[in-house]
Every structure is written in structure tokens, then in C-alpha cells.
Design a protein around this ligand. Structure first.
Ligand SMILES: [Zn+2]
Length: 301
């Protein structure tokens, strides 16, 4: 037998690497038994309940090893119910997100905070000779700062999505074109940083795991421009306008809270009509009947 085959072989020597074991891995209280390698000490974060499907061993850029264990617990996903409190979640740049209950969560500006540190470490890296030991050390320092930022951001997103899912039964967000937005260079940094895409994925799977309902409203739905009280729609609403008054019903709105409420109501409408297709047809009917398009254009100042 070829000795080399006894060890995980990676396609590339640098950066993140991983190998999958589709079977025969055993997980014990503080170690793993991997075929042809044997016992490896490990910290097991959660008890394994059920049959192990695959185990993926990975190494990140900072030379730390992780094992992701996929197992079948035999439990069916709880059926989603819509009975209970509904919340609309609007994401934005002034705040990370605003909910229809009027709560505003601030943007985590970890990147800005760690940016100076990152820049300095990157400069140090660029001055090191290629292929040298010192360059390798500098590279790991850069990777560590990146990892710190990622960890802080994920922690924030996990806690916030958990809280929103725990407190509500129906969660409505906007289907964002995050990739399309990343092409817009001036916004790219801010958007990449806040991780809306990851946030929505977390809201979705946490909701589904807990028998709750997650709905995404089409991103062309004018949530900001629609008055949630009388459904009047304004022609335009400049981004710098944080508060506005509906000309039709005279309600003064906080831009973000109004958008979150409009999202929630639209999500509930989609649910009550069953499928999206029907919901869209209903939009057309409703707009020809009740929704008035205002000709006034709101301006700031
Ligand atoms: Zn109104």
C-alpha cells in the first residue's frame, strides 16, 4: 500500500484545505477515530444524536483544524406554522436592520475598527521576501485579523437572528440581490461588511428548524415608498430622507420602520394567498383598486 494514501492529501498546499470522510468515522467524548489515521483529540461542541453521515476535516489559513460532522437525527423538520406574531425586517446602511416593531439594530463596523490593524499587517506582509519564512509568518498574522473580523461578524449575526426567530412566528425580509450590489463599488465595502446574505440564510434555517415561517418579498416591492397606513405610494423617496409625511393620510413615517411594516404586511398577504403567483396577481388587482400612486415627489430639506 502506498504510504502517502494513509494521510489526507490536499489539492493545494496553501490556504484552506479540506477532506471528506463519507463513512467509518467514530466520534467519542473527546476524540475522533478516522480511518487510516486513528485517534485524534478533539473538542466536541454538541452531542451527536443519531447516525453519522459524513465528516469533513478542514484546516483554515491560521492552521487550525476543524471537523464538521453531519448526522441524521431521525427527527422530522417541524411543520411551519404561521399562527403568532409576525415581524418585517428591513436591512439598510444607516442601521444594520430595522424591525416592524420599531427596533433598530446598529451596523457592526468591525471592519473599520480592525482596518488599521489589517492594513499595517498587510503592509508588513508585502515587504517580506517571497517564499521566506518571515513572509509566511506575516501571512498568518493577516489571516488571523481576517478571521477575527469574520468571527465577530458571525457571532453578531447568529445572536441577532436567534433573537428575531425566538420572538416571532413569521419573519418577512426582502429578497436582496446582494451579488448585484457588490458590483457597485462604493457600496460594496459597507454591504460586504454587514453580511445581509448570511443574515437572511440564518433567519431562514433558524425559522425552519423551529417550525416558524420565513418569507422573502420580491426586491422590487416598493416597501420604503409605500405608506403602510393607507397604501399610498410616493413617486420617489431620496435616500437621505429619513422621515416623511404621507400626503394622503398625513401620517409621518420613520423611513425604515415604515419599510419594515410594509414588508411584514406584504409577507402576510403572500402567505394568505398561498403562492407567490397568486400574490402577484392580487397586487395588480389591488393597485388598480386601492393603491394610489402619488404624483408628488418628496424632496429632502
Ligand atoms: Zn398614508
Amino acid at each position: 500500500m502506498n504510504v502517502e494514501l494513509a494521510y489526507p492529501r490536499f489539492k493545494s498546499k496553501h490556504g484552506k484545505q479540506s477532506i471528506q470522510y463519507p463513512q467509518n468515522v467514530r466520534v467519542l467524548s473527546d476524540y475522533l477515530i478516522i480511518p487510516k489515521i486513528g485517534e485524534i483529540k478533539a473538542v466536541i461542541h454538541r452531542p451527536i444524536e443519531g447516525k453519522i453521515k459524513t465528516v469533513t476535516i478542514s484546516k483554515n489559513c491560521c492552521d487550525r483544524y476543524f471537523a464538521s460532522i453531519l448526522f441524521e437525527d431521525g427527527k422530522e423538520k417541524p411543520l411551519s406554522s404561521t399562527e403568532g406574531k409576525a415581524v418585517g425586517v428591513d436591512v439598510g446602511l444607516t442601521h444594520f436592520c430595522t424591525t416592524s416593531s420599531g427596533l433598530k439594530y446598529d451596523n457592526p463596523r468591525f471592519l473599520t475598527k480592525h482596518e488599521k490593524n489589517l492594513k499595517r499587517k498587510q503592509q508588513q506582509l508585502s515587504r517580506k521576501e517571497k517564499g521566506s519564512n518571515n513572509r509566511n509568518k506575516a501571512r498568518k498574522k493577516v489571516a488571523r485579523v481576517h478571521r477575527k473580523i469574520t468571527n465577530c461578524r458571525e457571532d453578531f449575526l447568529h445572536k441577532l437572528s436567534r433573537r428575531i426567530v425566538d420572538e416571532n412566528q413569521v419573519i418577512v425580509t426582502e429578497n436582496l440581490n446582494v451579488k448585484g450590489m457588490m458590483k457597485n463599488h462604493c457600496l460594496a465595502k459597507a454591504i460586504g461588511q454587514v453580511g445581509w446574505g448570511i443574515f437572511m440564510t440564518m433567519l431562514k434555517y433558524k425559522a425552519e428548524e423551529n417550525g416558524k415561517t420565513y418569507v422573502e418579498v420580491d426586491r422590487f416591492f416598493p416597501s420604503s415608498k409605500t405608506c403602510h397606513v393607507c397604501l399610498n405610494q410616493v413617486g420617489s423617496l431620496p435616500l437621505e430622507l429619513r422621515r416623511w409625511t404621507c400626503k394622503s393620510c398625513n401620517t409621518t413615517h420613520d423611513r425604515d420602520i415604515n419599510a419594515a411594516i410594509s414588508l411584514r404586511d406584504e409577507g402576510l398577504r403572500i402567505i394568505s394567498y398561498g403562492t407567490r403567483d397568486q400574490a402577484y396577481r392580487q397586487t395588480v388587482r389591488r393597485s388598480s383598486r386601492g393603491r394610489k400612486k402619488s404624483t408628488t415627489t418628496l424632496v429632502s430639506g
